[in-house]
Design a protein around this ligand. Sequence first.
Ligand SMILES: *Cc1c(COP(=O)(O)O)cnc(C)c1O
Length: 419
Amino acid sequence: MLTFAPNPRYRIYTNRNSYLFLLEDLLLRKRSPEDRKEIEILEKELCSRFGTEYAVCVPQNRVGVYLTVKALIKPGQEVIMSPYTIVDITNMVISAGGRPVFADVDRQTCNISVAEVERLINSNTGAVLITHLHGLAAEAHRIKEICDRFNVPLIEDCAQAFGTKEQGKPVGAIGDAGVFSFGMYKNINTWLGGAVISNRQDVIEKIRTELASFAYPPLPYLLKKVKSGLFADIATNPLVFKLFTYWIFRFGFLNDIEFINKIVRIELDASRKDKLPESYKSQFVPFQARLALSQLDKIDRDSKVRIENGLTYYEGLKDIKELIIPPDRRDFSHIYTYFPIQYAKRDELLKFMMKHCRDVAAQHYHNNADLPAFKEFYRDCPNARHVSEELIFLPTYPRYSRSEVEKNIAVIRKYFGLN
Ligand SMILES: *Cc1c(COP(=O)(O)O)cnc(C)c1O
Protein backbone atom coordinates (compact mmCIF):
# COMPACT_ATOMS: atom_id res chain seq x y z
CA MET A 1 0.00 0.00 0.00
CA LEU A 2 2.75 2.42 0.94
CA THR A 3 4.66 1.86 -2.27
CA PHE A 4 1.69 2.25 -4.59
CA ALA A 5 0.01 5.23 -2.94
CA PRO A 6 0.72 8.63 -4.51
CA ASN A 7 1.34 11.99 -2.91
CA PRO A 8 -1.92 13.82 -2.25
CA ARG A 9 -3.43 16.21 -4.80
CA TYR A 10 -2.87 19.10 -2.44
CA ARG A 11 -1.23 20.05 0.83
CA ILE A 12 -2.02 23.24 2.66
CA TYR A 13 0.60 25.70 3.80
CA THR A 14 0.18 25.36 7.52
CA ASN A 15 3.12 24.32 9.64
CA ARG A 16 3.95 24.00 13.30
CA ASN A 17 4.22 27.79 13.54
CA SER A 18 0.63 28.22 12.44
CA TYR A 19 -0.71 26.22 15.35
CA LEU A 20 1.81 27.70 17.80
CA PHE A 21 0.94 31.28 16.87
CA LEU A 22 -2.75 30.49 17.18
CA LEU A 23 -2.33 28.83 20.56
CA GLU A 24 -0.23 31.67 21.85
CA ASP A 25 -2.82 34.14 20.68
CA LEU A 26 -5.64 32.22 22.34
CA LEU A 27 -3.81 31.77 25.62
CA LEU A 28 -1.73 34.86 26.15
CA ARG A 29 -2.98 37.80 24.24
CA LYS A 30 -5.39 40.48 25.02
CA ARG A 31 -7.05 41.11 21.72
CA SER A 32 -7.97 44.65 21.02
CA PRO A 33 -8.60 46.58 17.83
CA GLU A 34 -5.90 49.05 18.88
CA ASP A 35 -3.23 46.38 18.82
CA ARG A 36 -2.42 46.76 15.14
CA LYS A 37 1.36 46.75 15.13
CA GLU A 38 1.86 43.43 13.34
CA ILE A 39 -0.83 44.22 10.81
CA GLU A 40 0.86 47.51 10.03
CA ILE A 41 4.19 45.76 9.54
CA LEU A 42 2.59 43.32 7.10
CA GLU A 43 0.86 46.14 5.23
CA LYS A 44 4.18 47.98 4.91
CA GLU A 45 5.88 44.81 3.65
CA LEU A 46 3.19 44.39 1.03
CA CYS A 47 3.57 48.00 -0.10
CA SER A 48 7.30 47.58 -0.56
CA ARG A 49 6.94 44.22 -2.26
CA PHE A 50 4.34 45.45 -4.73
CA GLY A 51 5.54 49.04 -5.03
CA THR A 52 2.16 50.52 -4.11
CA GLU A 53 1.34 53.41 -1.82
CA TYR A 54 -1.20 51.47 0.23
CA ALA A 55 -2.05 48.00 1.42
CA VAL A 56 -4.87 47.03 3.72
CA CYS A 57 -5.48 43.63 5.27
CA VAL A 58 -8.98 42.22 4.90
CA PRO A 59 -10.73 39.22 6.50
CA GLN A 60 -10.96 37.33 3.19
CA ASN A 61 -10.14 38.00 -0.45
CA ARG A 62 -13.83 37.94 -1.33
CA VAL A 63 -14.55 40.63 1.25
CA GLY A 64 -11.68 42.62 -0.25
CA VAL A 65 -13.33 42.31 -3.66
CA TYR A 66 -16.64 43.45 -2.16
CA LEU A 67 -15.06 46.47 -0.48
CA THR A 68 -13.04 47.42 -3.55
CA VAL A 69 -15.95 47.16 -5.99
CA LYS A 70 -18.12 49.15 -3.61
CA ALA A 71 -15.45 51.83 -3.29
CA LEU A 72 -15.02 52.13 -7.05
CA ILE A 73 -18.48 51.96 -8.65
CA LYS A 74 -21.79 53.73 -8.40
CA PRO A 75 -24.70 51.44 -7.39
CA GLY A 76 -26.25 49.77 -10.42
CA GLN A 77 -23.21 50.06 -12.65
CA GLU A 78 -21.94 47.09 -14.64
CA VAL A 79 -18.88 45.11 -13.61
CA ILE A 80 -17.26 43.15 -16.42
CA MET A 81 -15.85 39.92 -14.99
CA SER A 82 -14.89 36.36 -15.80
CA PRO A 83 -17.66 33.80 -15.31
CA TYR A 84 -15.07 31.19 -14.42
CA THR A 85 -14.37 31.98 -10.79
CA ILE A 86 -15.82 31.17 -7.40
CA VAL A 87 -19.53 31.83 -7.02
CA ASP A 88 -18.91 34.16 -4.12
CA ILE A 89 -16.94 36.60 -6.26
CA THR A 90 -20.06 37.14 -8.36
CA ASN A 91 -22.02 37.44 -5.12
CA MET A 92 -19.64 40.08 -3.82
CA VAL A 93 -20.03 42.13 -6.99
CA ILE A 94 -23.82 41.96 -6.62
CA SER A 95 -23.64 42.72 -2.87
CA ALA A 96 -21.45 45.72 -3.59
CA GLY A 97 -24.16 47.12 -5.86
CA GLY A 98 -22.71 46.00 -9.18
CA ARG A 99 -24.35 44.19 -12.09
CA PRO A 100 -22.11 41.36 -13.28
CA VAL A 101 -21.46 41.29 -17.00
CA PHE A 102 -19.83 37.97 -17.79
CA ALA A 103 -17.09 38.18 -20.41
CA ASP A 104 -16.06 34.78 -21.71
CA VAL A 105 -12.58 33.38 -21.06
CA ASP A 106 -9.90 32.31 -23.49
CA ARG A 107 -9.98 28.58 -23.85
CA GLN A 108 -6.29 27.96 -23.29
CA THR A 109 -5.51 30.40 -20.49
CA CYS A 110 -8.90 30.18 -18.71
CA ASN A 111 -8.50 33.91 -18.10
CA ILE A 112 -10.92 36.64 -19.24
CA SER A 113 -10.70 37.37 -22.97
CA VAL A 114 -9.25 40.77 -23.80
CA ALA A 115 -11.37 40.96 -26.94
CA GLU A 116 -14.53 40.31 -24.93
CA VAL A 117 -13.65 43.06 -22.43
CA GLU A 118 -13.14 45.44 -25.33
CA ARG A 119 -16.48 44.42 -26.85
CA LEU A 120 -18.47 44.77 -23.62
CA ILE A 121 -17.03 47.92 -22.07
CA ASN A 122 -19.19 51.03 -22.41
CA SER A 123 -20.46 54.09 -20.54
CA ASN A 124 -22.43 51.91 -18.07
CA THR A 125 -19.31 50.05 -16.99
CA GLY A 126 -18.31 50.83 -13.41
CA ALA A 127 -15.29 48.52 -13.23
CA VAL A 128 -13.53 45.61 -14.89
CA LEU A 129 -12.63 42.74 -12.56
CA ILE A 130 -10.06 40.28 -13.87
CA THR A 131 -8.83 37.06 -12.26
CA HIS A 132 -5.27 35.80 -12.64
CA LEU A 133 -6.32 32.18 -12.56
CA HIS A 134 -4.06 29.24 -11.69
CA GLY A 135 -1.14 31.67 -11.22
CA LEU A 136 -1.22 32.83 -14.87
CA ALA A 137 -1.19 36.57 -15.52
CA ALA A 138 -4.37 37.68 -17.31
CA GLU A 139 -3.05 40.30 -19.75
CA ALA A 140 -3.65 43.06 -17.23
CA HIS A 141 -1.57 45.57 -19.19
CA ARG A 142 -3.68 45.23 -22.31
CA ILE A 143 -6.89 45.37 -20.33
CA LYS A 144 -5.69 48.39 -18.37
CA GLU A 145 -5.14 50.18 -21.67
CA ILE A 146 -8.74 49.49 -22.71
CA CYS A 147 -10.01 50.58 -19.28
CA ASP A 148 -8.02 53.81 -19.48
CA ARG A 149 -9.62 54.65 -22.80
CA PHE A 150 -13.05 54.47 -21.14
CA ASN A 151 -11.89 55.88 -17.81
CA VAL A 152 -12.99 52.68 -16.05
CA PRO A 153 -11.08 51.29 -13.05
CA LEU A 154 -9.45 47.86 -13.24
CA ILE A 155 -9.54 45.47 -10.26
CA GLU A 156 -7.26 42.43 -10.20
CA ASP A 157 -8.27 39.30 -8.29
CA CYS A 158 -4.87 37.83 -7.42
CA ALA A 159 -6.11 35.11 -5.05
CA GLN A 160 -4.15 32.47 -6.96
CA ALA A 161 -1.33 34.69 -8.15
CA PHE A 162 0.69 36.09 -5.25
CA GLY A 163 4.11 36.46 -6.86
CA THR A 164 3.02 36.39 -10.51
CA LYS A 165 4.50 39.12 -12.68
CA GLU A 166 3.39 40.48 -16.02
CA GLN A 167 6.04 42.23 -18.09
CA GLY A 168 8.11 42.31 -14.93
CA LYS A 169 5.45 44.07 -12.87
CA PRO A 170 3.73 42.22 -10.02
CA VAL A 171 0.09 41.48 -10.74
CA GLY A 172 -2.17 43.37 -8.38
CA ALA A 173 -0.16 46.54 -8.93
CA ILE A 174 -1.10 46.95 -12.60
CA GLY A 175 -4.74 48.00 -12.21
CA ASP A 176 -6.36 50.41 -9.77
CA ALA A 177 -6.48 47.79 -7.01
CA GLY A 178 -5.26 44.22 -6.48
CA VAL A 179 -6.86 41.76 -4.09
CA PHE A 180 -4.96 38.82 -2.57
CA SER A 181 -6.06 35.84 -0.51
CA PHE A 182 -4.38 34.31 2.51
CA GLY A 183 -7.07 31.62 2.64
CA MET A 184 -6.47 28.01 3.47
CA TYR A 185 -5.58 26.73 0.01
CA LYS A 186 -3.44 29.67 -1.05
CA ASN A 187 0.35 30.09 -1.07
CA ILE A 188 0.18 32.27 2.03
CA ASN A 189 -2.12 30.58 4.50
CA THR A 190 -3.52 32.33 7.55
CA TRP A 191 -6.71 30.18 7.34
CA LEU A 192 -8.69 33.26 6.41
CA GLY A 193 -7.44 36.59 5.23
CA GLY A 194 -6.28 38.70 2.37
CA ALA A 195 -5.17 42.15 1.38
CA VAL A 196 -6.02 44.94 -1.02
CA ILE A 197 -3.19 46.94 -2.56
CA SER A 198 -3.65 50.22 -4.39
CA ASN A 199 -2.17 53.61 -5.15
CA ARG A 200 -5.53 55.29 -4.69
CA GLN A 201 -6.00 56.94 -1.35
CA ASP A 202 -9.74 57.48 -1.88
CA VAL A 203 -10.31 53.75 -2.40
CA ILE A 204 -8.22 52.70 0.59
CA GLU A 205 -9.91 55.23 2.86
CA LYS A 206 -13.37 53.97 1.95
CA ILE A 207 -12.23 50.38 2.56
CA ARG A 208 -10.70 51.20 5.94
CA THR A 209 -13.81 53.07 7.05
CA GLU A 210 -16.11 50.16 6.29
CA LEU A 211 -13.68 47.61 7.77
CA ALA A 212 -13.65 49.52 11.06
CA SER A 213 -17.33 48.68 11.51
CA PHE A 214 -16.68 44.92 11.29
CA ALA A 215 -16.63 42.62 14.33
CA TYR A 216 -13.52 42.09 16.33
CA PRO A 217 -12.20 39.56 17.06
CA PRO A 218 -13.63 37.09 14.51
CA LEU A 219 -12.89 33.95 16.43
CA PRO A 220 -15.77 31.49 15.88
CA TYR A 221 -15.59 31.70 12.09
CA LEU A 222 -11.81 31.55 12.14
CA LEU A 223 -11.73 28.57 14.49
CA LYS A 224 -14.09 26.68 12.22
CA LYS A 225 -11.55 27.17 9.43
CA VAL A 226 -8.70 26.09 11.67
CA LYS A 227 -10.62 22.91 12.42
CA SER A 228 -11.08 22.03 8.78
CA GLY A 229 -7.44 22.95 8.14
CA LEU A 230 -6.34 20.60 10.87
CA PHE A 231 -8.46 17.88 9.31
CA ALA A 232 -6.81 18.52 5.91
CA ASP A 233 -3.36 18.53 7.53
CA ILE A 234 -3.95 15.18 9.19
CA ALA A 235 -5.66 13.56 6.19
CA THR A 236 -2.80 14.59 3.86
CA ASN A 237 0.00 13.75 6.25
CA PRO A 238 2.12 11.44 4.06
CA LEU A 239 1.79 8.35 6.23
CA VAL A 240 -1.90 8.83 6.99
CA PHE A 241 -2.59 9.62 3.35
CA LYS A 242 -0.77 6.61 1.99
CA LEU A 243 -2.23 4.20 4.53
CA PHE A 244 -5.82 5.42 4.74
CA THR A 245 -6.98 8.65 3.15
CA TYR A 246 -6.02 7.84 -0.42
CA TRP A 247 -7.65 4.45 -0.47
CA ILE A 248 -10.88 5.78 1.00
CA PHE A 249 -11.16 8.58 -1.56
CA ARG A 250 -10.08 6.32 -4.37
CA PHE A 251 -12.76 3.82 -3.43
CA GLY A 252 -15.33 6.60 -3.23
CA PHE A 253 -14.32 8.03 -6.60
CA LEU A 254 -14.12 4.74 -8.50
CA ASN A 255 -17.46 3.57 -7.12
CA ASP A 256 -19.32 6.90 -7.29
CA ILE A 257 -20.01 7.01 -3.57
CA GLU A 258 -21.48 10.44 -3.12
CA PHE A 259 -20.93 10.99 0.58
CA ILE A 260 -17.18 10.39 0.18
CA ASN A 261 -16.83 12.38 -3.04
CA LYS A 262 -18.72 15.29 -1.51
CA ILE A 263 -15.97 15.85 1.06
CA VAL A 264 -13.51 17.10 -1.56
CA ARG A 265 -15.99 18.92 -3.76
CA ILE A 266 -16.22 22.68 -3.43
CA GLU A 267 -19.02 25.16 -3.90
CA LEU A 268 -21.89 22.87 -3.08
CA ASP A 269 -23.86 25.99 -2.28
CA ALA A 270 -24.15 28.01 -5.47
CA SER A 271 -26.84 30.37 -4.27
CA ARG A 272 -27.11 34.10 -4.81
CA LYS A 273 -26.27 36.62 -2.10
CA ASP A 274 -27.54 40.17 -2.42
CA LYS A 275 -25.93 41.34 0.81
CA LEU A 276 -22.59 40.77 2.46
CA PRO A 277 -23.21 37.92 4.96
CA GLU A 278 -22.83 38.91 8.61
CA SER A 279 -20.24 36.16 9.14
CA TYR A 280 -17.93 37.85 6.61
CA LYS A 281 -17.92 41.10 8.56
CA SER A 282 -14.90 40.37 10.69
CA GLN A 283 -11.34 41.54 10.90
CA PHE A 284 -7.93 40.21 10.10
CA VAL A 285 -6.13 39.86 13.45
CA PRO A 286 -2.50 40.43 14.49
CA PHE A 287 -1.48 36.79 14.87
CA GLN A 288 -2.62 36.17 11.31
CA ALA A 289 -0.39 39.03 10.18
CA ARG A 290 2.50 37.47 12.04
CA LEU A 291 1.79 34.20 10.29
CA ALA A 292 1.65 35.85 6.86
CA LEU A 293 4.92 37.66 7.55
CA SER A 294 6.59 34.37 8.43
CA GLN A 295 5.60 32.97 5.03
CA LEU A 296 6.45 35.90 2.76
CA ASP A 297 10.10 35.00 2.34
CA LYS A 298 9.54 31.60 0.86
CA ILE A 299 6.90 32.55 -1.71
CA ASP A 300 9.27 33.08 -4.62
CA ARG A 301 11.33 30.03 -3.77
CA ASP A 302 8.15 27.96 -3.77
CA SER A 303 7.04 29.51 -7.02
CA LYS A 304 10.31 28.45 -8.64
CA VAL A 305 9.62 24.83 -7.69
CA ARG A 306 6.07 25.12 -9.00
CA ILE A 307 7.34 26.61 -12.26
CA GLU A 308 9.79 23.73 -12.67
CA ASN A 309 6.99 21.24 -12.04
CA GLY A 310 4.73 23.13 -14.44
CA LEU A 311 7.33 23.11 -17.18
CA THR A 312 7.94 19.40 -16.63
CA TYR A 313 4.23 18.77 -17.23
CA TYR A 314 4.36 21.05 -20.24
CA GLU A 315 7.24 19.17 -21.86
CA GLY A 316 5.69 15.80 -21.01
CA LEU A 317 2.22 16.57 -22.36
CA LYS A 318 2.64 19.11 -25.16
CA ASP A 319 2.43 16.57 -27.99
CA ILE A 320 -0.96 15.22 -26.89
CA LYS A 321 -3.40 16.84 -29.29
CA GLU A 322 -6.50 15.90 -27.31
CA LEU A 323 -5.40 18.00 -24.33
CA ILE A 324 -5.50 21.73 -23.85
CA ILE A 325 -2.60 22.76 -21.66
CA PRO A 326 -1.45 26.18 -20.43
CA PRO A 327 1.39 28.10 -22.11
CA ASP A 328 4.99 27.55 -21.02
CA ARG A 329 6.34 30.60 -19.27
CA ARG A 330 9.67 31.11 -17.58
CA ASP A 331 9.37 34.80 -16.70
CA PHE A 332 7.10 34.48 -13.64
CA SER A 333 4.06 35.38 -15.74
CA HIS A 334 2.87 31.89 -14.78
CA ILE A 335 3.71 30.54 -11.33
CA TYR A 336 1.72 27.34 -11.99
CA THR A 337 -0.27 27.43 -8.79
CA TYR A 338 -1.73 24.38 -10.50
CA PHE A 339 -1.09 22.83 -13.88
CA PRO A 340 -4.59 22.75 -15.38
CA ILE A 341 -5.29 20.45 -18.31
CA GLN A 342 -8.53 20.24 -20.26
CA TYR A 343 -9.88 17.10 -21.82
CA ALA A 344 -13.31 16.37 -23.25
CA LYS A 345 -13.62 13.00 -21.49
CA ARG A 346 -12.50 14.30 -18.12
CA ASP A 347 -14.13 11.64 -15.96
CA GLU A 348 -12.75 8.80 -18.03
CA LEU A 349 -9.20 10.13 -17.71
CA LEU A 350 -9.64 10.78 -13.98
CA LYS A 351 -10.88 7.23 -13.41
CA PHE A 352 -7.96 5.87 -15.41
CA MET A 353 -5.53 7.88 -13.31
CA MET A 354 -7.13 6.80 -10.05
CA LYS A 355 -7.04 3.17 -11.19
CA HIS A 356 -3.34 3.63 -11.81
CA CYS A 357 -2.91 4.96 -8.27
CA ARG A 358 -2.62 8.65 -9.03
CA ASP A 359 -4.40 11.30 -6.99
CA VAL A 360 -5.62 14.16 -9.14
CA ALA A 361 -8.89 16.04 -9.20
CA ALA A 362 -11.36 17.80 -11.42
CA GLN A 363 -11.79 21.51 -10.84
CA HIS A 364 -15.34 22.13 -9.75
CA TYR A 365 -15.59 25.87 -10.36
CA HIS A 366 -18.88 26.69 -12.01
CA ASN A 367 -19.41 28.68 -15.13
CA ASN A 368 -21.17 31.48 -13.25
CA ALA A 369 -22.81 32.70 -16.45
CA ASP A 370 -24.84 29.47 -16.61
CA LEU A 371 -25.83 29.25 -12.94
CA PRO A 372 -29.57 29.42 -12.20
CA ALA A 373 -28.76 31.73 -9.26
CA PHE A 374 -27.41 34.32 -11.70
CA LYS A 375 -29.90 33.87 -14.53
CA GLU A 376 -30.64 37.60 -14.41
CA PHE A 377 -27.10 38.09 -15.69
CA TYR A 378 -27.00 35.18 -18.12
CA ARG A 379 -24.66 35.46 -21.08
CA ASP A 380 -23.61 32.68 -23.38
CA CYS A 381 -19.96 31.95 -22.52
CA PRO A 382 -19.10 28.75 -24.38
CA ASN A 383 -15.42 28.72 -23.43
CA ALA A 384 -16.15 29.02 -19.73
CA ARG A 385 -18.75 26.25 -20.11
CA HIS A 386 -16.19 23.93 -21.70
CA VAL A 387 -13.52 24.78 -19.16
CA SER A 388 -15.87 24.10 -16.26
CA GLU A 389 -16.66 20.68 -17.71
CA GLU A 390 -13.19 19.66 -18.76
CA LEU A 391 -10.59 20.99 -16.36
CA ILE A 392 -8.33 18.73 -14.30
CA PHE A 393 -5.71 20.02 -11.88
CA LEU A 394 -2.30 18.44 -11.87
CA PRO A 395 -0.46 19.16 -8.61
CA THR A 396 2.65 21.34 -8.59
CA TYR A 397 3.04 22.24 -4.91
CA PRO A 398 6.61 22.36 -3.56
CA ARG A 399 6.40 19.25 -1.40
CA TYR A 400 5.08 17.26 -4.35
CA SER A 401 8.06 15.34 -5.61
CA ARG A 402 9.42 15.45 -9.13
CA SER A 403 8.96 11.71 -9.50
CA GLU A 404 5.24 12.16 -8.77
CA VAL A 405 5.01 14.71 -11.57
CA GLU A 406 6.69 12.22 -13.86
CA LYS A 407 4.36 9.42 -12.82
CA ASN A 408 1.34 11.61 -13.61
CA ILE A 409 2.76 12.32 -17.04
CA ALA A 410 3.48 8.63 -17.64
CA VAL A 411 -0.06 7.57 -16.72
CA ILE A 412 -1.63 10.28 -18.91
CA ARG A 413 0.56 9.21 -21.84
CA LYS A 414 -0.40 5.62 -21.25
CA TYR A 415 -4.11 6.61 -21.37
CA PHE A 416 -3.53 8.11 -24.81
CA GLY A 417 -1.57 5.04 -25.92
CA LEU A 418 1.77 6.90 -26.04
CA ASN A 419 4.96 6.32 -24.18
C1 LIG B 1 -9.63 31.43 -3.27
C2 LIG B 1 -10.14 32.36 -4.26
C3 LIG B 1 -10.93 33.46 -3.90
C4 LIG B 1 -11.44 33.67 -2.51
O1 LIG B 1 -10.47 33.87 -1.54
P1 LIG B 1 -10.97 33.97 -0.03
O2 LIG B 1 -9.79 34.54 0.70
O3 LIG B 1 -11.31 32.59 0.38
O4 LIG B 1 -12.15 34.87 -0.01
C5 LIG B 1 -11.31 34.35 -4.88
N1 LIG B 1 -10.96 34.19 -6.15
C6 LIG B 1 -10.23 33.14 -6.55
C7 LIG B 1 -9.84 33.03 -7.98
C8 LIG B 1 -9.79 32.19 -5.62
O5 LIG B 1 -9.05 31.16 -6.02
